[in-house]
Write a protein that binds this ligand. Structure first.
Ligand code: HPA
Ligand code: ZN
Length: 326
């Protein structure tokens, strides 16, 4: 059995996925056309050619521009449904996905429109395809604290749909400490917390995410290996890291997948998982991410199975739900 088929056959969970990052160029043009909006590129090929990034910010600029053609609830439904059908083909059984409300509310789209479209598609995925899900609301860290507080207020009526809050966008210069009060309030309201940390930012941002934001999972976390005490803490507490190999390659977080820290992390007993981050922009969904690291790092089948097991272990499924799938 080929390594491709082996990976494709294993049940997996995806824990680090921005729904706006699943916006495929073809669907983007379709939705732009029906909303009478223009895209800055003449066709799908021209748009795809622009997907070459030297760092996180160059990606974010294009990612926010792409999301700006999403207007109606049906647009958010179509976006989410396209992702769900894609992962269904890849034997992904459970997804915990991020959405960025401020990307939309800041251009006049109401919070309700965004969440209703996403939630309806997730429910359909559960009913029709048996894919379970959690929804995580991210604050954009390049915006200020008061904007995050306002967004948290808007989320309160939808508490039963939103399992946790996270932190994404431009990392360097926007440390977790900037959002300590917002996260305190979110925890009081019953949300779980995660944060992107140590992607481009230093390991001290991972400490802040754990100590100040009380995160129970770290998104990326690549830079933890710079700090031996931090690695021991993450390993002892089995705080999961949601790694995104193709994202790291495309955003030049690693120069080559052969230098990806995944195996070093596994050797140090860290609970690491493989995820796609923004698959429409980085050239691969879950199976492509697994395959790319398996080949670059010569992973054994045992290691691949361990990574898939980790994805359920690190998920927010209940114990009985986990036992049913694993
Ligand atoms: N990092 C920070 N913000 C993001 C990312 C990421 O990898 N993807 C989408 N928003
Ligand atoms: Zn991310």
């Amino acid at each position: 059995i080929s390594i491709e088929k082996f990976i494709a056959g294993i049940p997996k969970a995806e824990l680090h996925l921005h729904i706006e990052g699943t916006f495929e160029p073809e669907l983007m043009f379709t939705i732009a056309r029906r909303n009478n909006l223009k895209i800055n590129y003449s066709n799908v090929d021209a748009l795809k050619k622009a997907y070459r990034f030297n760092n996180l910010q160059e990606f974010l600029d294009i990612y926010y521009a792409g999301a700006s053609v999403l207007i109606h609830e049906q647009d958010f439904y179509d976006l989410t449904w396209a992702y769900i059908t894609k992962v269904n083909e890849q034997n992904v059984k459970h997804v915990e996905i991020f959405f960025d409300p401020q990307t939309h509310t800041n251009r006049g789209i109401s919070f309700d429109v965004v969440i209703n479209g996403i939630q309806r598609a997730l429910i359909d995925g559960q009913r029709k395809l048996g894919i379970s899900f959690r929804l995580i609301m991210c604050f954009l860290r390049h915006l200020d604290e008061s904007s995050a507080f306002k967004t948290l207020e808007q989320a309160l009526p939808y508490k039963k749909w939103i399992s946790g809050v996270g932190l994404d966008s431009s990392e360097v210069g926007n440390p977790p400490s900037k959002f300590q009060k917002v996260f305190e309030k979110a925890i009081e309201e019953g949300f779980l917390t995660v944060a992107h940390a140590g992607e481009e930012g230093p390991s001290s941002y991972i400490w802040e995410a754990i100590d100040l934001l009380k995160v129970i999972r770290v998104d990326h976390g690549n830079r933890c290996l710079d700090d031996d005490i931090l690695v021991k803490k993450l390993a002892n507490l089995q705080i999961p890291l949601t790694l995104c190999p193709l994202s790291n390659l495309e955003l030049k977080v690693v120069p080559d997948l052969k230098e990806h820290p995944l195996v070093k992390m596994m050797e140090r007993n860290l609970l690491v998982t493989i995820n796609s981050d923004d698959p429409a922009y980085f050239g691969g969904y879950m199976n492509e991410n697994y395959l790319a690291v398996a080949q670059a790092l010569h992973l054994s089948k045992k290691q691949i199975v361990q990574l898939a097991k980790n994805s359920f272990e690190a998920s927010w499924l209940s114990k009985p739900e986990k036992q049913k799938i694993m």
